[in-house]
Design a protein around this ligand. Structure first.
Ligand SMILES: Nc1ncnc2c1ncn2[C@@H]1O[C@H](COP(=O)(O)OP(=O)(O)OP(=O)(O)O)[C@@H](O)[C@H]1O
Ligand SMILES: Nc1ncnc2c1ncn2[C@@H]1O[C@H](COP(=O)(O)OP(=O)(O)OP(=O)(O)O)[C@@H](O)[C@H]1O
Ligand SMILES: [Mg+2]
Ligand SMILES: [Mg+2]
Lengths: 225, 225
């Protein structure tokens, strides 16, 4: 469903070129549960953002169900992302002036659902991730791990076809981290959502079915687990 | 060296009261290497910020070497923090317009050292944490874990008496995370710096000499390791 061909991402810093991604080619199928593993600075976030059509490669192509995403205009891409993808960002990217409930409900505000239905759905997801009592807290009134879970709830509410999760357990203790993993596994199993997780957490990696190892911007291995 | 007595921290959200910290009393000695452990939302960041004089308790007192910190004015406290404490924040709090080198050098800009000496020291610390080549990157030109390491280097450069580290390995792979731990252990051993680490990472906890467990804002256990 998602195919990356010869993806290159080069940053120019002053006079030096930094190759964050070097000639990466990858194929993802529907309903896969994948971990993207590698040391700090190896290119996980950069690759996840290109696969999720949030960033464009310096060269190479990305195809989604055969469509060449590199040729789409930004407005088309934005609409496409909103209807097909869900993101759990490494630093959450929550909207500071909205409460936890509003942040989770936000992706559905542009749909035809009523505000009442949207808030009900958002409350249910908050309950599932253990934050039912924190619905009216703003992000700066939540702990680091609580913010991370709100970011996860927001990614799930619009029932995306693919979820891109960047270090979703970095700020969570092992029990809460496992709750997060159970949630991603359930959505993958029951709805067939493709889930791609950039992570260092061995407990997460061991529960995925495919492990892609990246180092210095290159894929070192890509194996079934 | 640091003594907390009956610390209470209560947040008022609309009409509900949230007790983030409940009657916490603690004594820290010089040169201790301590981990503060507990689930997401248990009060680690709140306690660390009160111990580090960045936040004041709703009630209770904090004494540093016998001085009552609750009675100091904000300006006195700011000067005091700058000369005695180092912080590694959960979300780094790097200054976006400064490069990695400038962020690390920043705490020394108000001292009598020459800019040349300061930059040399900052470069050395960046080299130690593996980011020598990234000195001129700005925070948004660094990966999550690279930013975390810059935040750690900044906390160490002013040779503080106590370092408060909030989840310093959350965004790091196990090898880079261990480098970070080695750095904190070395500074604790060679300079006698007190190090307090809020963490979920079992590999960090096992390398500390005292483990304080917190849950729902209360201390559950406080034991030598
Ligand atoms: N400004 C605030 N207003 C209201 N509640 C707050 C505020 N800041 C924190 N809290 C609440 O206080 C509790 C403790 O938060 P704290 O950030 O100390 O937890 P933590 O142990 O650091 O968690 P994590 O491991 O997820 O970072 C949380 O339940 C949080 O929602
Ligand atoms: N805007 C930028 N300009 C220059 N270099 C950048 C930029 N963004 C990222 N980089 C560099 O690209 C490399 C890959 O970064 P990336 O964020 O993808 O790593 P990562 O694998 O997600 O790391 P982490 O696990 O620490 O989050 C890093 O060395 C980083 O310094
Ligand atoms: Mg990253
Ligand atoms: Mg915290």
């Amino acid at each position: 469903i998602l195919e990356a061909k010869n993806i290159q991402k080069t940053y120019l810093l002053g006079k030096t070129e930094l190759h964050a991604l070097n000639n990466i080619s990858l194929s993802l199928e529907q309903s896969e549960l994948i971990s993207l593993v590698g040391p700090s600075g190896s290119g996980k976030t950069t690759l996840l953002n290109i696969l999720g059509c949030l960033d464009s490669p310096s060269s190479g192509q990305l195809f989604f169900q055969g469509q060449n995403m590199s040729q789409k205009k930004e407005r088309e891409l934005a609409e496409f992302r909103r209807t097909h993808f869900g993101y759990i960002f490494q630093f959450f990217n929550l909207i500071p002036v909205l409460t936890a409930l509003e942040n989770v409900a936000f992706p559905l505000w542009q749909t035809r659902l009523s505000r009442k239905e949207i808030n009900k759905k958002a409350s249910q997801i908050l309950e599932i991730i253990g934050l039912g009592k924190f619905a009216h807290h703003k992000p700066d009134e939540l702990s680091g791990g609580q913010q991370q879970r709100v970011a996860a709830a927001r990614a799930l509410i619009s029932d995306p076809q693919i979820i891109f999760a960047d270090e979703p357990t970095g700020n969570l203790d092992s029990q809460t981290g496992q709750q997060m993993m159970e949630l991603l596994k359930t959505i993958n199993k029951e709805k067939g959502t493709t889930v791609v997780i950039a992570t260092h957490d061995s407990r997460v990696i061991s529960q995925t079915r495919r492990i892609i190892e990246i180092k210095d911007g290159e894929i070192r291995s890509d194996e079934k687990n």
